[in-house]
Design a protein around this ligand. Structure first.
Ligand code: SF4
Length: 476
């Protein structure tokens, strides 16, 4: 069971499916979805083509198969989950099919032995007028036509792109991808039905089922590779004084904690934990963290600070107690762990604020004044899509930079494609925000791979306000 648990976490097809769902929900264009998917697949589920002779072919396919079948188990339980899963999987399949090379595609189709009837040349000639008319007035498809039941390709029928007669659809070879995707979806739906029927016979409900439930309920956030060894480009480490300047790149949750700390000169336990680990993830060393918290708790006498707070800060850096190296909390953790009580500031504003307070917070603290954006946030929150509300705000705040990055990317100029992925971690929000505001540094410093993939030596430059000395930050 432990092995299965690890598989669920490590084989992260769920992240890819979540990105697809999110993109559909947010009406992203096919081009945007394509860019986001290409980046995610490269990062998490890269597949070399069979003809590449890559040494990793077996390992890559194994990972892909495991993640697919685990998710099939997780998403088979209800009709709604099955529908969501097959829709997202079909889009993923289409993306992969279209990006594969021609010979691999042909081999793949031959191996499936689909029951498609080729249209004879006599029938094709007899129906030429109708076939040309449905192709938008172009000539007949040289590659030939297939005849299939109309239910197999509802998308083509709906878009009136094919000729229909006596319940049969005449599909040109150029639209073959629709046929293949339709076949794939049908087989997947049948398989999901079978799995759903088999699930009750598993006869267990305290080991596998809770894991499957968890997987299908939420989305799996990748671990953010935060490190306490980051340093400034200039060689100097990130300091407590830099935090104020960096706070302009914080997401709503951390902005709220930062402002509350500044105002109240204090944060309760869970707030300190959430904010402290986030700052640790930005690269604040334990010494600087102690300075930061000591300065921020200016109304607290020194002996009380040393007695009540110093130990906890050192503990979060793995220097006390069990000496565990705690990571910054992901959105999923923040959204699902203990909600804030009276006087507490931790949690996620999109989830834990009332609609009125959230609106006021976004307007006053995050500078979001655009009514359609605020309405969109309200709708996201009502639909319990909290991280989508957060992404919506991010996209609004960085709309100019995103527009430029998109232009650069579509003109083949090598813009950072990670900026089109959905943000699922507060530290990722920070890094993405910083990168967009400093595109000149991203090219030179190679930090465009998205959170969770930082490498030693990746560097970014820091804005400083309110006493910071300025300089550069190195990200691990
Ligand atoms: Fe923070 Fe995540 Fe909530 Fe955004 S969605 S405010 S990053 S917890």
């Amino acid at each position: 069971m432990q092995g299965v648990g690890r598989l669920l976490i490590e084989w992260v097809c769920a992240i890819v499916l979540e990105e697809i769902e999110t993109s559909l929900y947010r009406n992203k264009s096919p081009e945007e979805l394509k860019i986001a998917l290409a980046t995610l697949l490269k990062k998490y589920l890269h597949l070399d083509s069979n003809s590449s002779n890559s040494a990793h072919l077996h390992e890559q396919r194994q990972k892909d198969h495991y993640s697919h079948f685990i998710l099939r188990l997780a998403f088979a339980r209800t009709e709604d989950l099955r529908r969501r899963f097959s829709k997202a999987e079909a889009i993923l399949f289409k993306h992969r099919f279209e990006s594969d090379d021609g010979s691999e595609r042909s081999k793949f189709i031959d191996s499936l032995e689909f029951d498609w009837k080729p249209v004879s040349s006599e029938e094709k000639a007899a129906l030429s007028q109708q076939l040309i008319a449905t192709s938008g007035g172009k000539k007949l498809d040289d590659g030939g036509y297939f005849k299939v039941d109309w239910e197999r390709v509802p998308d083509l029928v709906e878009q009136r792109r094919v000729y229909v007669r006596a319940g049969k659809v005449y599909v040109p070879l150029s639209l073959q991808v629709s046929l293949v995707v339709a076949e794939f979806t049908k087989k997947l739906e049948d398989a999901l039905d079978l799995t759903a029927r088999a699930l009750p016979r598993l006869d267990e409900d305290d080991r596998l089922i809770p894991i499957l439930n968890h997987l299908s309920l939420g989305f799996t956030a990748p671990e953010y590779n935060a490190s306490s060894e980051l340093s400034l480009l200039s060689g100097a480490p990130i300091t407590a004084a830099d935090v104020e300047g960096l706070s302009q790149h914080f997401p709503a949750c951390m902005t709220h904690l930062h402002r509350t700390l500044r105002k109240a000169k204090h944060l309760k336990h869970f707030g300190r934990l959430q904010y402290g680990l986030f700052l640790k993830g930005l690269g604040l060393s334990v010494e600087e963290a102690l300075t930061f918290w000591r300065t921020a708790f200016s109304a607290t006498p020194s002996d009380k600070f040393d007695k009540e707070y110093r130990y906890n800060i050192r503990h979060s850096y793995g220097l006390e107690g069990q000496r565990k190296n705690y990571r910054a909390k992901s959105c999923q953790q923040i959204l699902t762990e203990a909600p804030p009580g009276s006087g507490e500031a931790h949690g996620c504003p999109y989830r834990h604020f009332s609609p009125e307070n959230l609106n006021a917070f976004l307007t006053q603290q995050m500078g979001v004044k655009d009514p359609p954006v605020l309405r969109g946030v309200t709708q996201d929150v009502a639909a319990t899509k909290y991280h989508m509300a957060c992404n919506r705000v991010f996209e609004h705040i960085h709309r100019e930079e995103l527009r430029k990055a998109k232009e650069l990317s579509s003109s083949g100029g090598g813009g950072p494609p990670a900026v089109f992925e959905t943000i699922i971690h507060p530290n990722e929000y920070f890094v993405r925000s910083w990168e967009l505001k400093h595109p000149e540094a991203v090219g030179k410093t190679d930090v465009g791979g998205g959170a969770g993939t930082r490498r030693a030596g990746d560097r970014i430059e820091v804005d400083t306000m309110g006493g910071g000395s300025g300089g550069d930050v190195e990200m691990m």
